[in-house]
Structures are given as structure tokens and as C-alpha cells.
Design a protein around this ligand. Structure first.
Ligand SMILES: [Cu+2]
Length: 169
């Protein structure tokens, strides 16, 4: 083992403390920057997420004694418009317990529209031609982009940064 003088030992301790302090300063700065950036992304993303998807409209064509498409998948708040393109009168009438759909008679060229505000599968048929059946499946709106992880990450990084600073860098 090499002999180390007291002076060298003190110098070594000072260098060590300085390096540690600099490292902590850098870590705090990086965490602070990550935190602020994440909060900015989160703040920008939130309104984008909320406004990204307005209610949509889907169409069902009543043609050739059939609902086309027969099974429709939509999201909550969407509107469905049935248009009767047959020469014959048809109806859009619920066959499930919800009774959600009750168009009455729809003549040639007539339409029936309905807004779906509940999640679930809604089955229906034409009361005049009961072999004509269809369904509308309504699912929850899936956010295309969530700001939640960014806000979470931002707060976490800022808190960690503050903890590093608090430890007297
Ligand atoms: Cu019919």
C-alpha cells in the first residue's frame, strides 16, 4: 500500500466532496428540466386529449330488407342515422330491454337518428319484417393521448430534484 500524507488525504476528501456536489447539482438540474418539460407536455396534452374527439355520426343503410352494416361499433355520445332506401316501410325497434330504439314507421327515403349515451350492445329489428335484425355496440371513448403519465412524471421529477437540492448539494 502506498503511503498517503495527511495533506493528500485532505485534498482527496475535498476533490471527492466537490465532485459529489457537482454530480448532485447536475442531477437536480436534469430532474428539474425533465419535470418542467413533462408538466408542459401534460398541460398541452390535456386540452388536446379532451378536444381530440368530438361525437361522431355513423350511418346505417336500410336496403334490400337488411340493415347495412348489420352490426355497428361506435363510441359513447355518437349518433347513428338509419336511412330507409327501400321502397317498403321499415322500423328500427329495440329487441332488448332498454327500449332505446323506437323509430316508428320509416318510409322510403326517411331517416331515424339516435344518440347513444350509454355503453352496451343494443339489438333491434324491423317490427314489420322481424327477420331484419341489427345491433349497435357502444364502447367507452378511448383517449388517443393521455397527459396523465406526463403530469405524474413531471411532479415526480420535480420532487426528486427538490430532495436532491434540499440535501445541501
Ligand atoms: Cu322492415
Amino acid at each position: 500500500m502506498a503511503w498517503i500524507s495527511t495533506q493528500e488525504r485532505q485534498e482527496g476528501a475535498i476533490i471527492y466532496r466537490t465532485l459529489k456536489k457537482r454530480t448532485n447539482e447536475n442531477v437536480a438540474v436534469i430532474l428539474g428540466v425533465v419535470g418542467l418539460l413533462s408538466l408542459v407536455v401534460g398541460a398541452v396534452a390535456l386540452p388536446v386529449m379532451l378536444g381530440a374527439r368530438g361525437a361522431a355520426t355513423s350511418n346505417v343503410n336500410i336496403s334490400g330488407f337488411a340493415f347495412v352494416p348489420q352490426n355497428l361499433l361506435i363510441e359513447v355520445g355518437d349518433t347513428v342515422i338509419w336511412t330507409n332506401n327501400d321502397g317498403t316501410t321499415h322500423t328500427v325497434t329495440s329487441t332488448d330491454l332498454t327500449g332505446e330504439l323506437d323509430s316508428g314507421n320509416i318510409g322510403n327515403g326517411g331517416t331515424y337518428s339516435h344518440v347513444f349515451n350509454a355503453v352496451g350492445t343494443f339489438t333491434y329489428r324491423c317490427e314489420l319484417h322481424t327477420g331484419m335484425t341489427g345491433s349497435v355496440s357502444v364502447e367507452n371513448v378511448i383517449p388517443e393521448f393521455s397527459s396523465v403519465p406526463f403530469v405524474f412524471l413531471g411532479i415526480l421529477a420535480l420532487v426528486l430534484g427538490l430532495m436532491v437540492v434540499r440535501r445541501r448539494i
